[in-house]
Write a protein that binds this ligand. Structure first.
Ligand code: ATP
Ligand code: MG
Length: 398
């Protein structure tokens, strides 16, 4: 008997809906998958209406782990590609069911299951319902603990009948959905070593943005471990996109000028405005369409509605704040899920703690801010910061 061929079946959701844009989104998705799976020998990605089929000389279970991290993908299933006849299909279904039961249902007395059939190939000799019945009956004959439950199955055996081939799979591993990175444009995220901004960056990638990173580095008031920490976070986040740039901006001269010449209570707001100004300049030379921060309403003194307004008014680009409505506990949970929590948790001071005022302003006023900024040479400080910026190019490491 011929050994069935293994492949990874990839489903994508939203991008299927985009009408005329669809081929473009699919192309980007395929290209991002190719990067995520670039360590797979003899990789091929085949587009079959509404799905992608990935083959290569790596176990499909391993390919599934990498493919789940590609935004746009809604779920994946390791599958067997079988000959276009009922016997081959049945054989694959029995093998896959037996494996899944041994792996996930040992020691249970009943297993709710269903067979789902998608018959895109209308010339296949059996109708969907007949395939489902035949496969279901064969599985029950093999395993008496199986009971049919179409609404809430614990085990799903899927049969996808297409003109390109017949695919049989057990279960679907959910992925994150969203849109493929780079399909909606490029943004620059103000990345600190905290918990929030990495999660904000991830949320934007999920909506199809390529995210580059801008980090403000107050050397020598904070040490090299702070730069190292941010670099590692940026690398970690680049596991979710093909590539990124990290800009490390020397920030101390700006902060010293603010310390020496401006109202102490406004320091944090002024730092944040300086960040927006510098990041806008960097972003605009790189076709960035927006800035992103990890700010969330009410979390700290600088995050009142009034202060957020003051901060964003220093930006030349729209400011996206994906976490505005998130609680800290929700942010921490997501940070764990995406793998940045451990890094953000490492001890290293951030630039904002440098010369921190005892009594920061809570409801800042634009007139005060403008007065404070008139005392320093914003143009030169911004120019020097951009000129002194270190540029680090990051590539996805499969
Ligand atoms: P985070 O956990 O992201 O540091 P936070 O709750 O600690 O956020 P702040 O420290 O007030 O909040 O920072 C608000 C936002 O300003 C951050 O989410 C980030 O986008 C930006 N930011 C703060 N410090 C830096 C920095 N050193 N470099 C780049 N961006 C920064
Ligand atoms: Mg912070």
């Amino acid at each position: 008997m011929q050994i069935p061929e293994e492949a990874l079946l990839i489903r994508y959701g939203e991008i299927g809906l985009k009408g005329g844009n669809r081929p473009r989104f699919e192309k980007i998705l395929a290209s991002n998958l190719r990067v995520a799976l670039s360590n797979v020998p003899s990789l091929t990605i085949q587009r079959i209406r509404g799905r992608m089929l990935v083959r290569g000389q790596t176990p499909t279970i391993e390919m599934a782990v990498a493919a789940r991290r590609v935004f746009g993908v809604t779920s994946v299933s390791p599958a067997q590609v079988v000959a276009r006849n009922p016997e081959a299909m049945l054989e694959a279904a029995r093998t896959l069911a037996a494996e899944a039961i041994a792996r996930e249902h040992a020691g249970t007395s009943r297993i709710r299951f269903k067979v789902s059939v998608n018959r895109a190939d209308k010339t296949f000799p059996l109708r969907s319902i007949e395939v489902a019945r035949t496969v279901g009956a064969a599985l029950i004959a093999d395993e008496s603990r199986l009971i049919v439950d179409l609404k809430d199955p614990e085990l799903e055996i899927g049969v996808d009948l297409r003109t390109e081939g017949v695919y049989v799979f057990a279960g679907r591993q959910k992925a994150y959905g969203g849109l493929p990175v780079s399909s909606t444009g490029r943004v620059h995220c103000l990345l600190s070593g905290g918990f929030d901004s990495p999660v904000a960056a991830w949320q934007c990638m999920k909506r199809g943005m390529r995210v580059d990173f801008v980090s403000f580095y107050s050397f020598p008031f904070v040490g090299p471990q702070t730069r190292e920490k941010v670099l590692r976070i940026a690398e970690k986040l680049t596991e979710w996109q093909p590539q990124a740039m990290l800009y490390v901006v020397p920030f101390s001269p700006y902060q010293e000028a603010i310390r020496d010449h401006c109202d102490e209570r406004y320091r944090t707001v002024l730092y944040r405005r300086a960040m927006q100004r510098i990041a806008s300049v960097i972003a605009r030379t790189r076709k960035g369409k927006a800035l992103v921060t990890g700010e969330s309403i009410g979390q700290v003194a600088s995050q009142t509605l009034e202060n957020l307004r003051l901060i964003e008014s220093a930006s030349k680009l729209p400011v996206l704040r994906p976490l505005v409505t998130f609680d800290k506990t929700e942010i921490i949970a997501l940070a764990r899920e995406i793998g940045t929590h451990g890094l953000s948790n490492l001890p290293a001071p951030d630039c904002c703690t440098v010369f921190q005022p005892a009594q920061p302003v809570i409801h800042g006023q634009l007139s005060e801010v403008e007065h404070a900024e008139a005392q320093i040479d914003i143009g030169k400080l911004t120019y020097d910061a951009v000129q002194g910026t270190e540029r680090i190019s990051l590539l996805h490491q499969p």
